[in-house]
Design a protein around this ligand. Structure first.
Ligand code: HPA
Length: 240
């Protein structure tokens, strides 16, 4: 068994997948955090690995950039490989009073994408995180004194251009950051009956023109992945 976009064998992908945008990040996360990590898919160089974190079997795979890419991989993971939990570990561009390095747990994701609307009969979907996953990560952060912010985010199809008034609209609606995937991932997870959460490090500030260095991004990613993996350890159980 393989899919048009994933060439892992049956059973090679764990129930739980960490989902960074960049496939090289996936390799890095596997090397840093997983014991016995093996590469299980590399079609189109969208690398995926499976290994163990403190005894818990977990996979990490790149999602690519944007909702279409993310949705292709997430759909195939859910439908063909039986994946039940997907946690996006990515970056975002912040607005307002967020700072570079802040960790956001995306409770809800608005979007300028038509993806969810197309799947939902033209209606507007309230794309939201799985509460159990959100609570698990928030609780683990609180127990370990790791500051996180429960955030509303906006997933845009446009990295360049798009709505010139977007930042003002986001501020008006208390939306803290922009990424390019969360709303699609959430809508898809709702339809597939799986759990999804986006944990995002603020890597850029859209109003202040600030950007993390490559080194800062790597450190941010490590803190975020460590928090997520600790949160996923049993007794966190899948509810669906
Ligand atoms: N826009 C969209 N996605 C992002 C950004 C951004 O500025 N920074 C990191 N991911």
């Amino acid at each position: 068994m393989s899919t048009p976009h994933i060439d892992a064998a049956p059973g090679e992908i764990a129930d739980t997948v960490l989902f960074p945008g960049d496939p090289l990040r996936a390799r890095h996360i596997a090397a840093e955090f997983l014991a016995d990590a093996t590469e299980v898919t590399s079609r189109r160089n969208m690398l995926g690995f499976t290994g163990h974190y403190r005894g818990m079997r977990v996979s990490v795979m790149g999602s690519g950039m944007g909702i279409p890419s993310c949705a292709i991989y997430a759909t195939e993971l859910a439908r063909v490989y039986g994946v039940r939990r997907i946690v996006r570990v990515g970056t975002c561009g912040g607005v307002g009073d967020v700072a570079l390095g802040d960790l956001l747990l995306a409770q809800a994701a608005s979007t300028d994408s038509n993806f969810n609307r197309m799947q939902f009969g033209g209606h507007e979907l309230a794309a939201c995180a799985d509460f159990e996953l959100l609570r698990a990560v928030a609780d683990t952060a609180a127990r370990n004194d790791i500051p996180v912010r429960i955030a509303s985010v906006f997933s845009s199809d446009c990295f360049y251009g798009g709505d010139p008034d977007l930042v003002a609209r986001l501020l008006q609606h208390r939306i803290m950051a922009i990424d390019m995937e969360s709303a699609g991932l959430y809508g898809l997870a709702m339809r597939e009956g799986i759990q999804a959460l986006s944990v995002l490090a603020v890597s850029d500030h859209l109003q202040r023109g600030e950007h993390m260095s490559a080194e800062q991004r790597e450190q941010g990613q490590s803190r975020m992945v460590s928090l997520v993996l600790e949160s996923l350890l049993p007794p966190m159980e899948t509810s669906r």
